[in-house]
Design a protein around this ligand. Structure first.
Ligand code: PLP
Length: 379
């Protein structure tokens, strides 16, 4: 099997699997909110995991909140910030190339009467700086929402310049940054980055599904999305799970070690595939300077879904548009926004790699593409 669909989700690592076994022991399974000694033990374990997670992300312990997924983190951050900070302004700036986790929150806000201003995006998938400035200068921008690495193309946000521009033009605008596809692939130090809220997802870094993280910089006030027993300082109610938090931490430890080594192997795979696929007439849609973990390619003569199923015959797994919306059979709105024509976008397939992929798999992939061209391409 060749699994090139790691931006959709990753396989659980052996280390995470072992950690789950360890953390599901009955002696650690009491409610961390319970007053007895078993509860205290679970609470201590949980807080330890939280502190270690914060340390690896360059944050303080009380800036880290465990959620069920990055979608929940995004909902909490975006809706919660706008609900709590009404006096900061009525507008949000963002791009139309965000993940649906962000776009749907913005759509929801617009129905509530907030003004959503979408900035232009270039052919490289990056927001146009002048457009950001222009929208900020109109005033009233409470929040800016961006994504560090685009999940469909691997386009990397020039976050430092964007954050500088925001601070210079509209210093009171808070920043929400989706870091889902960047974690373990780009260096992340939350205390020096300049974002106010960030989201992360466990299942994109070889943890299990059902665990995410929300970073909220100290001093930033938001209304919680999930109300209840007041766990996690009231920011995210619901009994804490040391198992899920521990799985996230274990995965985080693994992906933040040997980042350069992992990346250099993925760079080789990406460069090889770019060259081989281009020489066969496929069009590379990921920008040249994209993160090597994502490679968006358009195969002329094959609609995205046809190519996906052809590859599946060879036990090779890829994506069409982002997995969550793949069943709606839509052409990628991200590619259209970048100026890719509809026909090219309709033939686009996303290959996405992890630290566990190898060059042998890339070579095998090309062999299979050759066979698919031979067998199925109508000349
Ligand atoms: N943001 C980005 C960039 C993603 O790629 C994804 C998942 O595809 C999400 C957010 C949502 O993550 P989750 O599945 O943890 O809700």
């Amino acid at each position: 099997m060749i699994y090139f669909d790691n931006s959709a989700t990753t396989f659980v690592s052996d280390g995470v699997r072992a950690k789950l076994q360890e953390l599901t022991d009955n002696s650690l399974s009491a409610n961390p909110g319970a007053l007895h000694k078993l509860g205290n033990k679970a609470a201590e374990l949980y807080e330890g995991i939280r502190t270690e997670t914060a340390g690896l992300l360059g944050a303080k312990t009380d800036e880290i909140f465990f959620t069920s997924c990055a979608t929940e983190s995004a909902n909490t951050a975006i809706k919660g910030y706008m609900s709590r900070n009404k006096r900061a302004g009525n507008a949000v700036i963002s791009t139309r190339t965000e993940h649906k986790a962000t776009l749907e929150c913005l759509e929801y806000l617009s129905k509530l009467g907030y003004e959503i201003r979408y900035v232009k995006v270039g052919h490289d998938g990056k927001p146009v700086m002048e457009s950001i400035e222009e929208e900020l200068k109109k005033g009233g921008v409470a929040l800016a929402c961006f994504t560090l690495v685009n999940n469909e193309t691997g386009s990397i946000l020039p976050f430092e310049s964007i954050s500088k521009t925001i601070k210079a033009v509209s210093p009171d605008t808070a920043i929400y940054l989706d870091c889902v596809q960047a974690l373990g692939k780009l260096p992340i130090n939350l205390s020096s980055m300049g974002a106010d809220m960030c989201s992360f997802s466990g299942h994109k870094i070889h943890s299990i599904k059902g665990n995410g993280v929300l970073y909220i910089r100290k001093g930033v006030r938001i209304d919680p999305l999930i109300l209840g027993g007041g766990q996690q300082e009231g920011m995210r109610s619901g009994t804490q799970s040391p198992v899920l938090a521990g799985a996230f931490l274990e995965a985080l430890k693994e992906v933040t070690s040997e980042v350069d080594e992992a990346r250099s192997e993925v760079e080789k795979i990406n460069a090889y595939l770019r060259k081989e696929l281009s020489s066969r007439g496929a069009k590379i849609l990921s920008p040249d300077d994209a993160l090597p973990y994502v490679l968006n390619v358009s195969f002329e003569g094959f609609e995205s879904e046809t190519m996906l199923h052809c590859l599946e015959i060879y036990d090779i797994y890829v994506s069409t548009v982002s997995a969550c919306s793949a069943k709606q059979k839509k052409v990628s709105y991200v590619l259209l926004e970048m100026g890719v024509d509809r026909k090219t976008a309709a033939n686009a397939v996303r290959l996405s790699f992890s630290r566990y992929n190898t060059m042998d798999e890339a070579v095998e992939f090309i062999k299979c593409v050759d066979e698919i061209y031979d067998q199925f391409l109508v000349k």
